[in-house]
Design a protein around this ligand. Structure first.
Ligand SMILES: [Fe+2]
Ligand SMILES: [Fe+2]
Length: 369
């Protein structure tokens, strides 16, 4: 099997099917290695953060948040619903499932940010961090709400209150929150801008109006990432010594998860005139380039072993899903084999040589992609 081009039986096994609102809600609640999670952290430690070493850049960023140039952006225009109805009728059942999977996982990850930022805001007194969290929670709540409207067009709206109560929360130390959230915000930017640019060049491939919103939307994500970059640069020990090993771990974990997840939706990318592997490497390239503002190392995304390793991880996910479907003792033994194989592959990728960066004096960078 060429793992890069999964046939739909495999896709279905991996993403499941959503037939009704209860399936959609159950999908959002599920937490696995590959689905977006909800996080909680050590609020007391976050209360002690001190942004004074980056004060000038911080204040300029706060002014941007206050200016709120996207305050009127997340509203649907008159033609939105009509366009949805005209286009959705043309989607094949397979494509519909992949698109729903995309909407539900995007909504869950937007909402995950909203909850985390809101919880931090409520549990700290530090005025700088409190102000930042208020702005970011505001943005993420708009993003999640906007995606949910599109799910409601299918009668598959997610009950966000119930999701907040039902989904399990993973505890992450603050530094892991900074590494992981910085990456997910910047990757979010890179993903949205790559899709937007592709559909800007090929408007006939824009099968849903939501993609028209991605350009201004991704600037919010970009700014959220800038905030974590400043927080980390204000506390340089987070970017030195043994912490570099954590940074390496998070970059690899985030890239590998994205690769496997995206390859579960081959039709979605194809219908935009993209191909999952090319799309993912473009997103890695943009993210790695941006991350030089803060991370002293980057992984070598062009290393042949890296590329082959991601394919192996994808194959492990497919084989594991097949074994799960098979069930019984044999199924369990097979699952054990594929999970171990995935773990060893990840370890092999972790040990590949990395590239080293000199951090720039000025942290912030204009989004120019
Ligand atoms: Fe967002
Ligand atoms: Fe964000």
């Amino acid at each position: 099997m060429n793992a890069s081009t999964l046939d739909f039986d495999h896709v279905e096994l991996l993403i499941g099917t959503v037939e009704n609102a209860s399936d959609a809600n159950a999908k959002a609640v599920r937490s696995t290695v590959l689905t977006p999670r909800f996080y909680t952290t050590d609020f007391k430690a976050m209360d002690r953060l001190d942004v004074s070493p980056v004060r000038a850049e911080w204040d300029a960023m706060m002014q941007e948040y206050e200016g709120d140039n996207n305050h009127d952006h997340f509203q649907r225009d008159a033609g939105f619903a009509d366009e949805v109805h005209a286009q959705m009728a043309k989607l094949s059942p397979e494509m519909r499932q992949e698109f729903l999977d995309f909407l539900i996982s995007s909504l869950t990850s937007e909402f995950s940010g909203c909850i985390l930022y809101n919880e931090i805001r409520k549990n700290i007194d530090n005025p700088d961090i409190k102000q930042l969290m208020t702005f970011m929670a505001r943005d993420e709540s708009r993003h999640a709400g906007f995606i949910n409207q599109s799910l409601k067009d299918f009668n598959l709206g997610i009950d966000l209150g119930a999701l907040k109560r039902a989904k399990s929360y993973t505890f992450f130390k603050p530094k892991y929150i900074y590494y992981a959230t910085y990456l997910s915000e910047k990757i979010g930017y890179a993903r949205y801008i790559t899709i937007f640019r592709q559909l800007e060049r090929n408007p006939d491939k824009r099968f849903h109006p939501i993609f028209k919103w991605f350009e201004r939307w991704c600037n919010d994500e970009y700014r959220h990432g800038e905030s974590f970059a400043l927080l980390m640069r204000a506390h340089p020990h987070l970017l030195q010594g043994g912490n570099k090993l954590w940074i390496r771990f998070f970059i690899l974990a985030v890239y590998a998860t994205m690769y496997v997840r995206d390859h579960m939706r081959p039709l979605l990318h194809e219908s935009m005139g993209l191909e999952s592997t090319t799309y993912d490497y473009e997103v890695f390239r943009i993210t790695s380039e941006i991350a030089r503002q803060v991370f002293p190392i980057e992984i070598d995304i062009d290393h042949p072993t890296f590329r082959a390793g991601l394919e192996t991880l994808l194959n492990c996910a497919v084989q594991d899903a097949k074994a799960r479907e098979q069930g019984g003792l044999i199924g369990n033994l097979k699952r054990g084999y594929w999970v171990t194989r995935a773990f060893l592959t990840f370890a092999r990728l972790y040990l590949l040589p990395v590239k080293h960066n000199e951090l720039p004096r000025q942290v912030r960078l204009q989004p120019s992609w």
